[in-house]
Design a protein around this ligand. Structure first.
Ligand code: FES
Length: 166
């Protein structure tokens, strides 16, 4: 396993973040540091990676596990190359989110929370993405896809497969 250690640039960013807080409140930087860890050393926050973050912030590992497992944007289990996050909350549910999730499950041959055997897609339904006016919505990476239809989902998946050379 490669050594879990931030690059010099990421370490500089951690230092910059910590400068916002008193020296005995390093935990305050936990969320942005977890984002850094997931982005640079992920794509998932393994136990050794969370332990590394705990060491950097001088907090206990359980304090990191609790936060990482609470927020859906953090992956505490391995994920595929593309993480599909359809919203399942009220307005999206009223606009077909349940059917959309069922459609994705059938199309990908996996259940919500699982990853396809080829490692390409992880389906992870999520709570409100804050774009309720354009429900149903799905986040893929940093992008939002709104007013989704089955046809649009087909198009998105095909584009992602092409991007991955499949
Ligand atoms: S309920 Fe889906 S974005 Fe708000």
């Amino acid at each position: 396993m490669p050594e879990l250690r931030f690059s010099p640039a990421a370490l500089a960013e951690v230092k910059r973040l910590l400068a916002h807080y008193p020296a005995d409140r390093k935990k305050s930087a936990l969320l942005p540091v977890l984002h850094l860890a997931q982005n640079e050393l992920g794509p998932h926050l393994s136990v050794p990676l969370m332990d590394y973050v705990a060491g950097l912030l001088e907090i206990t590992p359980i304090e990191v596990y609790e936060v990482a497992s609470f927020y859906t944007m953090f992956n505490t289990r391995p994920v595929g190359r593309f993480k599909l996050e359809p919203c399942r909350t009220g307005p999206c549910a009223l606009n077909g989110a349940e059917d959309l999730i069922a459609y994705l499950e059938k199309k990908l041959g996996i259940r919500d929370g699982e990853t396809t055997a080829d490692g390409l897609f992880t389906l992870k339904s999520t709570e409100c993405l804050g774009s309720c006016g354009s429900a149903p919505v799905m986040q893929i990476g940093e992008d939002y896809h709104e007013n989704l239809t089955f046809a649009e989902v087909d198009r998105l998946l095909e584009n992602l497969k092409q991007r991955a050379g499949r």
